[in-house]
Write a protein that binds this ligand. Structure first.
Ligand code: TTP
Ligand code: MG
Length: 353
């Protein structure tokens, strides 16, 4: 039996903008196209949603619903950076991470030992970490498979989570509306409604032949899903090129001395991350990243450094810090990694087959 966490950030682009400008937190805001052009919103915060504003809505319509809506331009590079930071947090807990979009991923935590194996407590911990280190909130679903985890992550949004245990599945499924099933859009919904199908209970009791005749092979999938069955694995077998940890400090580190004090903490976190790396990989070089309080950042990497020690990390920090000599907002440690010879050859064969 698997344990899957589906993690999805709340109003992602809008959350990042609120993080960077606290004055926006109490206002209805949206991110997207300008009101003068034929702009469309990418997303909006939950205050804006209370006015009926939604993702993919034309800006003009949104402004009719909520005239005070603050509209911000899209800053994809910033969202990508935040997304990478969040992904790095996931990878601190398991290699089995399948990112679905910038703000969403599946984690297979079946083999995790933290919190005596409680995936629910682990999900809570991961969400807290995302909040404290990245500054945005995320919601999570915890379930025995990807389909159920995805549905669960939506139930207590924003900033919440929901668990569906294997024992809950039979009671949970019948009442689920078909619109909640990924892949069922307006067209499929209409087709299913014509067959008298509105909920998973209706699918469960429908004739499989009629379902497949109307929906093709998707009919078979629907039948499985209606019973809460999903055998898909978390697809995580991408070849990793680097691993890293990053820590944003609650208060900026005001000078080099303050940075040095964080060395044991950073090393411990990095070693922890390294210990989770599959033994198929080896480290090629290590690197340090520093982000200053003006948001500029610098990375330092030396071919000679293949492992971090207190000594070499202190000298790396000095070399990087002196480049700007100003307070530090974030420090990160990373390693460039490569598959070992045998695993590399195997991987190449897999790619060819
Ligand atoms: P979603 O996770 O679908 O939405 P969300 O994170 O904004 O809100 P929720 O709390 O409901 O999860 O999408 C993630 C980001 O993708 C979203 O912040 C902006 C972008 N996006 C678009 O650009 N266009 C769209 O139509 C949607 C739905 C999202
Ligand atoms: Mg989201």
């Amino acid at each position: 039996m698997r344990k899957i966490i589906h993690c999805d950030c709340d109003c992602f682009y809008a959350s990042v903008e609120m993080r960077d400008n606290k004055a926006l937190c109490s206002l209805p805001i949206a991110v997207g196209g300008s009101k003068n052009g034929r702009g469309v919103l990418t997303t909006c915060n939950y205050i804006a949603r209370s006015f009926g504003v939604r993702s993919a809505m034309p800006t003009r319509t949104a402004l009719q619903l909520c005239p005070r809506l603050v509209i911000l331009p899209v800053d994809m590079q910033k969202y990508r950076d935040v997304s990478n930071q969040i992904k790095a947090i996931f990878l601190e807990f398991t290699e089995r991470v399948e990112p679905v979009s910038l703000d969403e991923a599946y984690l297979d935590v079946s083999y995790n030992k933290e919190f005596s194996g409680s995936a629910s407590l682990l999900a809570n911990h991961i969400r807290e970490k995302i909040h404290s280190e990245v500054g945005v909130t995320a919601s999570a679903g915890i379930a025995p498979n990807k389909f159920l985890a995805k549905i669960a992550s939506d139930i207590n949004k924003p900033n919440g989570q929901f668990v569906i245990t294997p024992n809950d599945v039979d009671a949970f499924m019948p009442g689920l509306n078909i619109r909640k099933i990924p892949g069922v859009g307006t067209i499929s919904e209409k087709k299913l409604n014509k067959l008298g199908i509105y909920t998973c209970s209706d699918i469960q009791s429908s004739s499989p032949d009629a379902l497949i005749k109307a929906m093709g092979s998707f009919g078979e999938v629907l039948l499985k899903r209606s019973f809460g069955i999903d055998d898909r694995e978390v697809q995580h077998k991408h070849v990793r090129k680097s691993i890293s940890i990053e820590r944003t400090f609650p208060e900026d580190l005001k000078d080099f001395e303050a940075c040095l004090k964080k060395v044991p903490y950073l090393l411990e976190n990095f070693q922890n991350r390294l210990s989770r790396l599959s033994d198929k990989y080896h480290v090629k070089t290590c690197f340090l990243k520093i982000k200053f309080n003006d948001f500029s950042q610098t990375t330092l990497e030396k071919n000679s450094i293949k492992t971090f020690t207190v000594e070499n990390l202190e000298s790396l920090i000095y070399e990087a810090w002196i480049r700007k000599s100003r307070p530090v907002r974030l420090m990160g440690l990373g390693a460039r990694i490569s598959l070992n010879g045998k695993d590399k050859a195997k991987r190449q064969l897999e790619l060819l087959s």
